[in-house]
Design a protein around this ligand. Sequence first.
Ligand code: GLU
Length: 373
Amino acid sequence: MTQSKELITGKRVVIKIGSSLLVDQEHGTVHRKWLQALAQDVAVLSGRGQEVIIVSSGAIAVGRRHLKLPAGVLKLDESQAAAATGMVRLAHAYQEVMAEHDLTVAQVLLTLDDSEDRRRYINARNTLGALIRLGAVPLINENDTVATDEIRFGDNDRLAARVAAMISADILVLLSDIDGLYTADPRQNPDADVISEVTEITPEIEAMAGEALTEDSRGGMITKLAAAKACLANGCRMVITDGTEMHPLKRLEDGAKATWFLPSATPKGARKRWIAGVLSPQGALLLDEGAVRALASGKSLLPAGVVGVEGEFQRGDAVVLKAADGRELGRGLVAYSAKDARMIMGYKTSEIETLLGYRGRDEMIHRDDLVVS
Ligand code: GLU
């Protein structure tokens, strides 16, 4: 199945904005007019029912100039201080331009650990899910103030790809200062042209990525291809386009030059494959007949349908689902630990809070987290 090269065909859209688009190089101020135009584009997407998540760089670029730090490579504590100073200004600017369209911005600062540690990953995923459901536009950046060199993404291209995977986004738009992936370095080769479509990151494609690092933006084409690889594996489309002009999203819709990375799977399909094949199950749930039927008709698994819990697992681990006769029915990511699952099995969802003392998810395994074999 060939995926569409259109922005309109994605429900959940992550937009990554590079520092060079947003921040005035000399004064370190936010390009207000550009951001206002972007907010207009975002409002169009949101008005037609698309969910927008923004990953923005620029905290360090804004903060370092505000603190009058010297040009060149900053020491770690200086860049952390710059990020702390710049992020509040950046978020404020976003909040103001989005409010003109009645859009609510919600700041989320993530570290690498938030996406690698299973439980923190689930927390971050749930929080982002809740924000999106409540109609807010998450504004995400790396938490540069606490991230040290060994434990950081370092660039927002890869962070954005991780976020896109985390929330099963349909499209990741990388707004950059280059209009796509060129066949060769356009500064050296006047015949070089933008490749409009990539379906696989082959060694030939990788060879096309030259280095393009500046003081403010850490990601060059190499990090963009790493992001593309992650997106292709997760069934998320990705597009690189030049965002320097006003209204970059509208321009993309009007057919601006861009490179589209088109996966063969959808985000849902890729996630289900991951649940079914990649994760090793830590335990099992035994189901009664009603639950077996519910599963077969595509419903979620409720605590009431569970008659037994095997093994020791944590919230978010993969477990096998079995019928009373031991037959394997499928796999899923469980919303409760084995200990809690044993306490709520057989009970109604409305009783979970009384049994556990907290209100967790309504389902033992939500149908999005379930693969029936
Ligand atoms: N997180 C960094 C910042 O906000 C930017 C990283 C990047 O440019 O990719 O300043």
